[in-house]
Design a protein around this ligand. Structure first.
Ligand SMILES: [Zn+2]
Length: 653
């Protein structure tokens, strides 16, 4: 059972001693070992990251319409230093500096440009016969609008204004479509017949992923992206995949056409695009494409300059490393010998036929290694933590920075691959049904001879530089005694060093955010992103009712029974929610002949509720909701859908 963070730890920590630790001797030694082993001064990536730069947004500052800061690179000026501070993994430092390069870049002279460094993702603009084709308009409307303005003020100002002819969403993750409203309006799309092209399955996947499990994913995402950390050498430096998430409005527009699973060649504004399907690699709906006329390969998010996630720390359904590697090989076979430039929707392009082919081959091998090494070891009896621990680095990771652990890691990707084949259980019956953490923690403390002894053992592990063991011991102590200031401080110290040493931006952020939580210095950020009406209204009604069912308090509602018939006049939909035995089952499209109550509500009003712009009592009063039948039964059932706490505890019980 999770308790909300109480006042007690906040008050304890208000008295001081909240400072983070400096890098320990063990951490400095680990950073030095890595720095000595890797060619960190290899200039090739920085040359590519800065190549073709023609303009930038001053100071990297983007404001929303209300003057709120959507993006600000000024607090990241510390990244100007060549030399990594000893509180940042030197390889991650290199990646953060590459991701920090921001501006408008000419990728293929006069043909392809990219706006980079103004969101976690990258927007590409391609010249068609008569206008522009925009690929992946960032996460938020404000960031995309600023990026488009930079392009218009620079390229269009010189070459002449041209219309947007098409928008391509390469996959179903919101950092690739959420900003579309900053580039075009829905009216403009209709009036000017702008094509919006996406992979098959896009509409279903684009909103589905974050609705059912959204609260928990959102909480974990704050840790993973470091949103609750201040920028700085002991705080957020980068995510590995890009600097950070922009904090504006996430919108949505429905594609006007999709590319089938078999792939296709489409002529878009007079230009041929060869699409290759990549569903089930980095996203459930995804493609990549090649433009023969420009000899340019867009690898979308299938191939980027990091080892990506087979399982993201925020939580998602596990991905398929084997399929991922096969799609990369298909790309290599088709275009590896002809593509002269390869660009993606994160990071910087790669120029030169040889370099492109090598990048693809190395990326393919990285995902293949994740997969095959996991099964090699699993088939010899290793379980998920064992096999990840036995595999420090893939051979390709030692020679190609693009395959290193900046976002996903070999460690957690191998565990994820194990999960894909075997599930969460390692096959050891002691782990099949263990005591929950709070119960076992108290028993461990007793076994250790009391909290002082366990604390001493944790501190001894920290002194020895054995931070993983320290974290394991001190986590037990914190779960047994969450209000103990000493236990929290010691565990935070262990997390500090684990964070400083992490090469993955996601791991670093997660550890340091955990330390901040323990110290009570977590920034008060729920999320910087507001969802727009366009996004919420794209959530299918069936998914909305499935999400409602996940909020049903079965413990309190076990005795309830009835059928609640929803009628949505404006969208002409009907959902019969059958309640009984602690379960509510929404039957989409079904009209029950004898419901307990019938609730008439427009889908648009449901959107208002989801957007927090309307409350049920007021809607009942105004008549925006009509209830026929057993009104009291409906109200007592509906009251049993408590909202989930968006700040639930993660690193304390
Ligand atoms: Zn992305």
């Amino acid at each position: 059972m999770k308790r909300a963070i109480g006042l007690i730890p906040m008050l304890l920590w208000a008295s001081g001693a909240v400072a983070q630790d400096a890098a320990s001797e063990a951490t400095r030694a680990a950073q030095a070992e890595l720095a000595a082993r890797l060619p960190l001064n290899d200039p090739a990536d920085m040359a590519n990251a800065t190549r073709g730069k023609i303009a930038e947004i001053a100071d990297g500052v983007i404001l929303g319409k209300d003057g709120r800061i959507v993006w600000d690179r000024r607090p990241y000026a510390f990244l100007a230093a060549d030399q990594a501070p000893d509180t940042v993994n030197p390889s991650l430092w290199r990646q953060a500096r590459l991701n920090a390069v921001h501006g408008l870049f000419e990728v293929v002279p006069g043909k392809i440009w990219q706006v980079r460094g103004y969101d976690i993702s990258v927007m590409t603009i391609i010249r068609g016969e008569s206008g522009w084709i925009v690929v992946d308009p960032l996460l938020t409307e404000e960031a995309a609008a600023a990026g488009w303005k930079l392009f218009a003020d620079t390229v269009e100002a010189k070459a002449g204004k041209r219309p947007i002819r098409a928008i391509i969403f390469t996959h179903s993750h919101s950092d690739h479509f959420g900003g579309v409203g900053g580039v075009v309006t829905p009216e403009q799309v209709r009036r000017e017949n702008i094509r919006i092209i996406a992979p098959h399955g896009f509409s279903e996947e684009a909103t589905a992923e974050n609705v059912l499990a959204g609260n928990a994913m959102g909480r974990r995402a704050l840790y993973m992206f470091g949103a609750i950390l201040p920028p700085g050498p002991t705080g957020q430096v980068d995510t590995g995949l890009g600097p950070k998430l922009s904090s504006g409005t996430i919108g949505y527009m429905e594609p006007t056409e999709t590319v089938p699973a078999a792939g296709a060649t489409l002529t878009i504004d007079g230009l041929a695009f060869d699409f290759l399907d990549a569903a089930g690699t980095e996203a459930p709906a995804e493609f990549l494409f090649y433009i023969p006329a420009y000899k340019a390969l867009h690898t979308t998010e299938v191939v980027t300059h990091n080892l990506h996630n087979i399982l993201t720390l925020r939580g998602a359904q596990v991905r398929d490393a084997l399929h991922w590697s096969k799609v990369i090989d298909a790309m290599l076979l088709k275009w590896g010998g002809t593509a002269e430039v390869a660009l993606a929707s994160h990071h910087w392009p790669t120029w030169g036929q040889g370099a492109v082919a090598k990048w693809l081959a190395d990326q393919r091998d990285a995902y293949r290694y994740v997969h095959d090494r996991t099964l090699f070891l699993a088939n010899r009896g290793a379980t998920l933590h064992e096999l990840a621990d036995q595999t420090a680095e893939a051979p390709v990771q030692g020679r190609d920075f693009s395959t290193r652990d900046y976002y996903g890691t070999l460690n957690h990707n191998m565990k994820a691959t194990y999960q894909r084949y075997f599930g969460w259980w390692d096959g050891n019956p002691a782990h099949f049904n263990p005591l929950p953490p709070e119960q076992s923690a108290a028993k461990y403390v007793a076994l250790a001879g009391g909290p002082d002894k366990l604390l001493a053992a944790g501190k001894a592990a920290i002194a020895a530089g054995d931070y993983r063991w320290a974290a394991e011991l001190l986590d037990k102590l914190v779960f047994a005694q969450p209000d103990s200031q000493d236990a929290r401080a010691a565990l935070a110290s262990a997390y500090d060093q684990l964070g400083y040493q992490a090469e993955s931006g996601a791991w670093r952020n997660y550890y340091l955010a955990a330390a901040a939580t323990l110290r009570g210095t977590e920034l008060d950020t729920l999320t910087g992103n507001g969802q727009s009406r366009s996004f919420v209204s794209a959530i299918p009604t069936a998914v909305f009712f499935d999400a409602l069912a996940t909020r049903f308090d079965a413990a309190k509602g076990a005795a309830l029974a009835g059928t609640f018939q929803f009628v949505l006049p404006d969208s002409r939909e009907a959902v019969a929610v059958v309640v009984g035995g602690g379960v509510e089952f929404p039957r989409y499209g079904v009209t029950d002949p004898a419901p307990t109550a019938t609730i008439t509500i427009d889908r648009k009003t449901l959107d208002d509720v989801m957007l927090g712009q309307a409350q049920f009592p007021a809607l009942l009063q105004s008549g925006a909701i009509r209830i026929d039948g057993d009104r009291a039964a409906f109200l007592s059932w509906f009251a049993l859908h408590p909202p989930a706490d968006p700040r639930f505890n993660v690193v304390v019980p």
